[in-house]
Design a protein around this ligand. Structure first.
Ligand SMILES: O=P(O)(O)OC[C@H]1O[C@H](OP(=O)(O)OP(=O)(O)O)[C@H](O)[C@@H]1O
Ligand SMILES: O=C(O)c1cc(=O)[nH]c(=O)[nH]1
Ligand SMILES: [Mg+2]
Length: 182
């Protein structure tokens, strides 16, 4: 599956000067919400991601909101397991809302639309592990990180080398290009 083509064709591949979740800056941004609003593409992505993990004995898939909600759903549907999500809960934390059931000892796959530092998916993993479940693998549509280690297998549909800059070293800031918060 040519994932980048899908981002491009749906208008989800953005170029400019962006503030990322981690505080880093980048000239590239993949707006997964724009792509995932198309159920036919979302479902195809869930099936492709699910295939990478169909040898695991999973109880559920979880993703960090918002980007991970639809992705967890379509991947879980492809794998025939439950779909959960973790929500932002104040600075640097995520939690699992009342009503989403999760039992100690359950095995889960954590999914993320785009991994830059891996911080967001890591927070979702911690939220589920705090309730006694165990992360056995991590999956993503796009890995644009410099390399992250989750301590479990990490499989993705596409790896991309996109530049990221600390704000103080950002050439786009030096050129006066307006920073976009997306
Ligand atoms: O690997 P990281 O450095 O954590 O960055 C990637 C995260 O940033 C985006 O989420 P964001 O919270 O910005 O938006 P969302 O609520 O639409 O998911 C994206 O969906 C990833 O979750
Ligand atoms: O690092 C991020 O925040 C990020 C990068 C990206 O390409 N897309 C996205 O949704 N978030
Ligand atoms: Mg997100």
């Amino acid at each position: 599956m040519d994932v980048l083509k899908l981002y491009r064709e749906t208008g989800a591949y953005l170029e400019g000067h962006f503030l990322l979740r981690s505080g880093l800056h980048s000239p590239k941004f993949l707006q997964s919400t724009t792509l995932m609003q198309h159920p036919i593409y979302a479902e195809a992505i869930g099936e492709a991601l699910g295939e990478l993990f169909d040898d695991l004995d999973l109880d559920f898939v979880i993703g960090p909101a918002m980007g991970g909600v639809v992705l967890a759903f379509v991947t879980a549907k492809a794998l025939g397991v439950r779909a959960l999500f973790a929500e932002k809960e104040g600075e640097g934390q995520m939690g699992i809302r009342e009503g989403l059931t999760l039992h100690p000892g359950e095995r889960f796959l954590a999914v993320e639309d785009v991994v830059t530092t891996g911080g967001s998916v890591q927070r979702a993993i911690r939220a589920a592990e705090a309730k006694g479940a165990r992360c056995v693998a991590v999956g993503a549509i796009i890995d644009r990180s410099q390399g992250v280690d989750f301590g479990v297998p990490f499989k993705v549909l596409t790896r991309l080398e996109f530049p990221t800059y600390a704000p103080e070293d950002c050439p786009l800031c030096s050129q006066g290009v307006p920073l976009q918060e997306v």
